[in-house]
Design a protein around this ligand. Sequence first.
Ligand SMILES: Nc1ncnc2c1ncn2[C@@H]1O[C@H](COP(=O)(O)OP(=O)(O)OP(=O)(O)O)[C@@H](O)[C@H]1O
Length: 250
Amino acid sequence: MIRIQDLTMSYETGSTRYDALRDINLELAAGETCAIIGPSGCGKSTLLKILAGIITDFTGTVAINEQPVRPKQQIIGFIPQNYGLLPWKNVYENICLGFKIKHKKQDEYETDLNSLVQLLGLGGLEARYPGELSGGQQQRVALARAFLLKPDLLLMDEPFSALDAMTREEIQNVFLHVWRKHSVSTILVTHHMEEAVYLGRKIVIMAAAPGKISQIVDNPLFGVDGVRDNKDFFQLCVALRKMIKEDWSK
Ligand SMILES: Nc1ncnc2c1ncn2[C@@H]1O[C@H](COP(=O)(O)OP(=O)(O)OP(=O)(O)O)[C@@H](O)[C@H]1O
């Protein structure tokens, strides 16, 4: 369970201090997915950094499984916009990285690693370096690394934004497939409404200046088979876009 209560965070630049996030309240049940959509600068990345324990200077409460965020004690997977792969390590080493940092032994994760490599279609690419992979393959390596960790919380910052439309859909399917097996609590930031509706059991709509939540939508279409071809999917996207336009023009 992820619980955010009355979260406010300010940045200070020179002599000015301004709220990047104000009065954020959000709950996410264990194993749920949540997509956050909002205008540029509304604090989405800041929120992820707080949940990842990178930013600690805030007011309010942020708890993962009833405990304050403590990256050394909890396992938090974070996939940044550029996937966060180390260019000098090969696919196998990149996938194992999180485990090495958590000081686990190889035989503790070897079986999971092999099954994730197969599940994510990375078989045969283990010895390649990130620079020798396509964007979609790099994304899958980042997903393998994150899922291997079995995180208490997985955070993804616009994870599929660099991919072309077809690869994006394919990787979204791969993500859902792996997520179903591992049911990891996941929060992802996206600028794409279709992605939010496809991947978010909850859809959080944010507004800017200061960043706040304007709507939380329980998504009835999440996980429905073949939903992308369903007219309800299209209609929900249209309705949410309308809602956002109204919110963002206030
Ligand atoms: N290190 C920082 N110091 C000062 N201000 C910052 C810092 N990082 C972000 N900001 C400001 O805080 C606000 C929120 O930034 P943030 O990156 O969280 O927004 P975002 O919603 O993720 O934006 P985008 O969609 O463009 O990536 C913005 O006004 C931004 O300029």
